[in-house]
Design a protein around this ligand. Structure first.
Ligand code: SAM
Ligand code: SF4
Ligand code: SF4
Length: 338
């Protein structure tokens, strides 16, 4: 039975973070070398994740995305994917990865029942990759994307966070890369997630700027959203060579249609990407709560949900005082699962 929050938004999508660890240190996400990592015994087990996923599905969730940190660092991730893919009522199982380890996992993930793969790729220049991600190699990511293509994943979505002065000059090249290989690129406006990335509004390349730059080279037309709650606004290339999307969380916030719940690696339910706290479901489970008690708790949390952080940010941006990103403590993205 679908549940609705205080703005009548249903709970339709669940993003599950399977680890807070990452093998990269992207400056816009996880810039520091060390964090207060979740201890191993605090991580949800696969059985616990499967149980919670089943309960979320019973409350109306239709799509699950595995994320992190870097989800491919979680040992035997395919075993979890297989368990989730089998759950009755689940319409879509996807995974969002930085691609570094994807070449080793693409085939097994597909066999396990993962339907779609999203790969983060912010640059096609090896040196710049190293500057942005601080670790790892671009070559591995490109090999990972190719492996996913060969494994039969379609569509493959490429996520590119664009930051002014860092990689905005590569927007057309990323578009060309995607068009040439049959991928869909989604440009993501740089957001003030977490507390450590020193976000500044003037670093955000807006959706209208992105679309303008692409339109200077290609004829495009608006194609709308995949569905009402999809974060990306899409544009179609008039020559028939696919689409690109823009996730405009900063300049065109879409909180009104946000149907997304997040489960952290240590078992907290988080109702917004910009929340400052979560709700402990693992504790309930480990104390022996029944399915009814847990669904009751999720229902109660969701009913009270009134998050609309990106809309509030947008309103503050337009106010005389402007928006002060330091004014609010948030959970780091690696913890809550981006
Ligand atoms: N490690 C995986 C990856 O990079 O795809 C999955 C987790 S990552 C947190 C999920 C997505 O969040 C990535 O596409 C990443 O680019 C995006 N992201 C991280 N920090 C961001 C920021 N400050 N603004 C916009 N998107 C961000
Ligand atoms: Fe790691 Fe993904 Fe964050 Fe980059 S964006 S630091 S790959 S979790
Ligand atoms: Fe959803 Fe929060 Fe993002 Fe708004 S800011 S779209 S409520 S996650």
């Amino acid at each position: 039975m679908a549940i609705r929050d205080s703005f009548k938004r249903a709970l339709e999508d669940l993003r599950i973070s399977v680890t807070d660890r990452c093998n990269l240190r992207c400056l816009y996400c996880m810039p520091l070398a060390e964090y207060d990592w979740v201890e191993r015994r605090e991580l949800l087990t696969f059985e616990e994740i499967e149980r919670l996923a089943r309960l979320f599905i019973s409350l109306g969730a239709q799509k699950i995305c595995l994320t992190g940190g870097e989800p491919l660092l979680r040992r035997e991730i395919e075993v979890l994917a297989r368990k989730l893919a089998r759950l009755p009522g689940l319409g879509d199982l996807s995974l969002t990865t930085n691609g570094v380890l994807l070449a080793d996992h693409a085939t097994t993930l597909r066999e396990a029942g993962v339907k779609r793969i999203n790969v983060s790729l912010d640059t096609l220049k090896p040196e710049r990759f190293r500057q942005i991600a601080q670790r790892g190699e671009l070559e591995k990511v490109l090999a990972g994307i190719e492996a996913a293509r060969l494994a039969g994943f379609k569509p493959i979505k490429i996520n590119s966070v664009i930051e002014r002065g860092v990689n905005d000059d590569e927007i057309p090249d990323l578009v060309e890369f995607a068009r040439a290989n049959g991928y869909t690129v989604r440009f993501i406006e740089y957001m003030d997630v977490g507390n450590a990335n020193h976000w500044k509004l003037d670093r955000v390349v807006t959706k209208s700027e992105i679309v303008k730059r692409i339109s200077a080279r290609y004829a495009v037309e608006p194609a709308g959203r995949e569905d009402a709650s999809a974060p990306a606004d899409n544009f179609r290339f008039l020559d028939g060579k696919g689409e690109f999307g823009v996730v405009a969380s900063v300049t065109e916030p879409f909180c009104r249609a946000c149907t997304r719940a997040r489960l952290t690696a240590d078992g907290n339910l988080v109702t917004c990407l910009f929340s400052d706290c979560g709700h402990d479901l693992k504790g309930l489970m480990r104390a022996g709560a029944s399915d009814e008690t847990i669904t009751g708790r999720i229902r109660e949390i969701w009913k009270k949900r009134a998050d609309r952080f990106s809309e509030e940010r947008f309103e503050a941006m337009k106010s005389p005082e402007g928006y002060q990103p330091e004014g609010r403590r948030k959970i780091e993205m690696i913890v809550l699962g981006g």
